[in-house]
Design a protein around this ligand. Structure first.
Ligand code: CAA
Length: 240
């Protein structure tokens, strides 16, 4: 059965692969994006998936954006909180803004999206929320106190909201990707990235589609008994 799905940060990288996969599953998919107009237009032209612009770290903008999506397409039953940024740096060089932006967008975005969509799912008795965490939220990462804290927060947020949604047919799960071949990972200095890849047992970066397949399962009818879990998709880099 096709449902309405929103994927935040959906026009690029992992989010783009998730949008395409959910569309192939027969859902009405909407991508959210924050700023890259050119890429969003190209994405919509290629996929036919509409892209709505708002900052998921902005509470009011997220409430308004989700209300607009529901008015245009119908009640939102599937949310994939994928939007995220990095502002890497060791603590002694990290500014408060670097900390705050990452917490506001990566973790605050999950809260804002849930505030906008979870009550409706609860009322209708069905919903799927998938939060994209990270291996670095599980294991920590040098130069990422902000990102690791936000992603680790996502894993706690997931387990708490899962308990609230369970009796209403709303599952809430997380996926913790390892290092995936995206623009975000390409921004890691090559010498550092080389050392990271050397520690991945399967010997390569992951592909965005490999995360999208996990999302497809968690958002399907078959995923109904799985809630509050974290699916680690990381090539064996961190066995949790
Ligand atoms: N463990 C211990 N020491 C480390 C280290 C590590 N993992 N990484 C770097 N260091 C050390 C270096 O060896 C160096 O020591 P010396 O000065 O004694 O040689 C010192 O730290 C400074 O390192 P840099 O020269 O790299 O310092 P910098 O200030 O230029 O950069 C940094 C620091 C920004 C953290 C940079 O190392 C970096 O970008 N690292 C990658 C961080 C990372 O993995 N980010 C993931 C982004 S992708 C993502 O987040 C997606 C996801 O979910 C997986």
């Amino acid at each position: 059965m096709g449902r309405v799905a929103i994927v935040t940060g959906g026009t690029r990288g992992i989010g783009e692969a998730i949008c395409k996969r959910l569309q192939r599953q027969g859902h009405t998919v909407v991508a959210n994006y924050a700023g890259n107009e050119e890429k969003a237009r190209a994405f919509t032209a290629q996929t036919g998936i509409p892209a709505y612009r708002w900052d998921v770290g902005d509470h009011e903008a997220t409430m308004a954006g989700c209300a607009q999506v529901a008015a245009d397409h119908g009640p939102v039953d599937i949310v994939v909180n994928n939007a995220g940024i990095t502002r890497d740096g060791t603590l002694h060089k990290m500014s408060f803004d670097d900390w705050n932006d990452v917490m506001r967008i990566n973790l605050g975005g999950c809260f804002n999206m849930a505030k906008a969509t979870f009550p409706g799912m609860r009322e209708r008795g069905w919903g799927r929320i998938v939060n994209i965490g990270s291996i670095n939220g599980q294991a920590g990462q040098y130069g990422q106190v902000n990102y690791a804290a936000a992603k680790s927060g996502i894993h706690g947020f997931t387990k708490a909201l899962a308990q609230e949604g369970a009796k209403f047919g709303v599952t809430v799960n997380a996926i913790a990707p390892g290092y995936i071949d995206t623009d975000m990972v390409a921004a890691v200095p090559p010498a550092v990235l080389e050392k990271i890849v050397a520690k991945i047992p399967v010997g390569r970066l992951g592909q965005a589609e490999e995360i999208a397949r996990g999302v497809a399962f968690l958002t399907s009818e078959n995923g109904g008994f799985m809630t509050g879990s974290t699916m680690s998709i990381n090539g064996g880099q961190h066995m949790y």
